[in-house]
Ligand binder design. Structure first.
Ligand code: FMN
Length: 335
C-alpha cells in the first residue's frame, strides 16, 4: 500500500500528471474508474505566486480527490516553498515536485529536469517545501539529464534524505524526450536503494499485463500510467480486473468529460478546440477512428461536439486491426 504521510492510497495504479490532460474532469473520471490517485498537471510556482485566474483553475478540485496532490515546478527552493504554501491554502494535501519536464522554457530557469543537474538544490526544494507546509512531499524524476549523466541513484538518495515520501521514476533521460523504451531497470535499482521512500514506476505501461510486469520486474510500490490512459480511463478498471467499456458507457463518459471540461474552461470556442485532442484519443482503436478524427478537428461549437460524439461513440466498436501504437500528438508533453 502506498502511504503519503497520513494518507493511504486505495490501490497501486495512478494516473500520471499530464499537462492539458490531468485536469480536474479527467482526474475525477479516472478516480471513479479505479485510479488510486491522480496528481495534477504541473503548475508553475511563479504563476501560483501571482495567483492568477488560470492558476486558480489548475487548483480547482473535487471532493473525491483525496488526497489532493498538486504538482508544482520551479527552480528556487524559497519560491517553491511559498508556492507550496499557497497550494496548501487552495486545498493541496500532498505536494509533488516536477523534476522531469524536458521543455526548454521550464529548464532554462533551473526547473523541471534541470533540477537533476543540481542535486543539492533539488534536495533543498523538497526540504524547504516539507518544512514550510508540513505536508508530504513527493517528486517525479527522469533517469538523468542525458546518457552521460544518468544520476538517478544519487538524486533518489538525496531526495529521500531530504524527506521525500515517494518518488515517481520515468526512466528516460531528458535528452531522450519520449523516444526509445523506458528502461525499467532504473526503477528496480531505485527501489532497491530506497529505504522508507516509496517508489512509483512509470513509462510505457499500456495494458494491465504491462502494469503487472512492471510491479513484478521492478518491485516498485505503485505504477503511474500516462499515455496509456489518454482516451482510455477504463484502463484503471481493467487493471483491477474489471470490464472494458460498452459503446454506451464510452459515449456517456466522453460527453461527461466534455461537459466538465467546457465548464472548467469557460469560453466555448477555446474549450472545443482544447477538447479535440481528447476526442481523437477516445476514438483510438475504434472502427472509423481516422474519419472521426478528421471530423473532430473541424468541430467548432459545443452542439457540434455533442452531436458528433453521439453519432460516433454510441455505435463504435473496437477495431482489432487498428494500429495500437499511436500517433499521439505530444506537442504539449511536459514530463
Ligand atoms: C501530454 C503529456 C503531458 C505531460 N505533462 C506532464 C506534467 O505536467 N508533469 C509531469 O511530471 N509529467 C508530464 N508528462 C510525463 C508523464 O507523466 C509520463 O512521465 C510520461 O508520459 C511517461 O509515461 P507513459 O509512458 O505512461 O506515458 C506528460 C506526458 C504527456 C504525454
Amino acid at each position: 500500500m502506498i502511504r503519503l504521510g497520513p494518507h493511504s492510497l486505495p490501490g497501486r495504479f495512478l494516473l500520471a500528471p499530464m499537462a492539458g490532460v490531468s485536469e480536474q474532469p479527467f482526474r475525477v473520471i479516472a478516480l471513479r474508474l479505479g485510479a488510486a490517485a491522480c496528481p495534477t498537471e504541473l503548475v508553475s510556482a511563479q504563476g501560483l505566486m501571482r495567483a492568477n485566474a488560470r492558476t486558480a483553475r489548475y487548483l480547482r478540485h473535487a471532493a473525491v480527490e483525496r488526497p489532493f496532490w498538486v504538482q508544482i515546478f520551479g527552480g528556487e527552493p524559497e519560491v517553491m516553498a511559498r508556492a507550496a504554501v499557497m497550494a496548501k491554502d487552495f486545498g493541496a494535501e500532498v505536494i509533488d515536485v516536477n523534476m522531469g519536464c524536458p521543455v526548454k522554457k521550464v529548464t532554462k530557469s533551473g526547473a523541471g529536469s534541470a533540477l537533476l543537474c543540481d542535486v543539492p538544490r533539488a534536495a533543498e526544494v523538497v526540504r524547504a517545501i516539507a518544512e514550510a507546509t508540513r505536508l508530504p512531499v513527493t517528486a517525479k524524476i527522469r533517469s538523468g539529464w542525458d546518457q552521460a549523466n544518468r544520476n538517478y541513484l544519487e538524486v533518489a538518495q538525496a531526495l529521500e534524505a531530504a524527506g521525500c515520501a515517494a518518488l515517481a521514476v520515468h526512466p528516460r533521460t531528458r535528452a531522450q524526450g519520449y523516444s526509445g523504451a523506458a528502461d525499467w531497470k532504473v526503477i528496480s535499482e531505485v527501489k532497491r536503494a530506497a529505504g522508507r521512500m516509496q517508489v512509483i514506476g512509470n513509462g510505457d505501461v499500456r495494458t494491465p499485463a504491462d502494469a503487472r510486469r512492471m510491479l513484478e520486474e521492478t518491485g516498485c510500490d505503485g505504477v503511474m500510467v500516462g499515455r496509456g490512459a489518454l482516451g482510455n480511463p477504463w484502463l484503471f478498471r481493467e487493471l483491477e480486473g474489471g470490464p472494458a467499456p460498452t459503446p454506451k458507457e464510452r459515449c456517456e463518459t466522453v460527453l461527461e468529460h466534455f461537459h466538465a471540461h467546457a465548464e472548467l474552461t469557460g469560453a466555448e470556442a477555446p474549450s472545443v478546440r482544447a477538447f479535440r485532442k481528447h476526442l481523437a484519443w477516445y476514438a483510438r482503436g475504434l472502427h472509423g477512428a481516422a474519419a472521426f478524427r478528421a471530423e473532430a478537428v473541424r468541430l467548432e461549437t459545443a452542439a457540434e461536439v455533442e452531436a458528433a460524439v453521439r453519432r460516433f461513440f454510441a455505435e463504435a466498436e473496437s477495431d482489432a486491426s487498428a494500429p495500437s501504437v499511436d500517433d499521439l500528438d505530444l506537442g504539449a508533453a511536459l514530463g
